[in-house]
Design a protein. Structure first.
Length: 195
């Protein structure tokens, strides 16, 4: 078990994803995600593993500078940011970077993506940390955040001396993976038969 509070990847606390591995394979085909992407995500692991905090500084800086995004981490009572909540989520967000780069996209990973989606939705938001925050991460912000996350990641991917071509392939793999993950996280927001 991880020492990160609320990180329940691969445990019995995580329910099975309603999306099958076969359905996920079709999703991967739809975004042109293949074995080469897995290879380049795994290459990115050694690139990002010692840069996680710096990456999170950039991402948290972006969220913190946009009140409509920061609102997701604020108290219902007074609208002020919840420092403990932000810190707890940050630890899991850092682990998410490493999990994405490991590219072990099996049933455990698929199940955990569903858990992440539930934690963004009113179904489970705030429960992991007992936060008295807003009830939901608005759906309208999920997909748009793919761009700032992946755009600002690219300079970090270039910091370890890989060729420009390899950096491009790592970046493309990250974009595809983020598209897949955010789509999976959207499941609680969409009527079951419409997903």
């Amino acid at each position: 078990m991880s020492s990160i509070l609320g990180y329940t990847y691969g445990t019995a606390a995580v329910q099975r994803s309603p999306i099958s591995l076969a359905d996920f394979e079709l999703m991967k085909k739809s975004v042109l995600f293949g074995d080469e992407d897995v290879k380049y995500l795994r290459l990115s692991y050694d690139v990002v593993k010692d840069q996680v905090e710096a990456i999170l500084d950039v991402w948290y800086g972006f969220v913190g500078s946009n009140p409509h995004l920061l609102a997701t981490f604020t108290a219902k009572s007074d609208g002020k940011p919840l420092a403990d909540y932000l810190a707890a989520v940050r630890k899991r967000f850092g682990q998410w970077i490493l999990d994405t780069a490991r590219a072990e996209y099996d049933q455990k990973w698929l199940d955990y993506q569903h858990e992440i989606g539930l934690r963004h939705h009113r179904t489970k938001k705030n429960r992991t940390d007992g936060a008295a925050s807003t009830d939901i991460v608005p759906f309208r912000y999920l997909a748009p955040l793919i761009f700032p996350v992946t755009f600002t990641l690219k300079p970090f991917l270039a910091k370890k001396g890989h060729s420009a071509a390899d950096v491009e392939k790592m970046h493309a793999a990250w974009v595809k993976s983020c598209l897949l993950q955010v789509t999976l996280w959207s499941h609680p927001y969409v009527k079951g038969e419409d997903f």
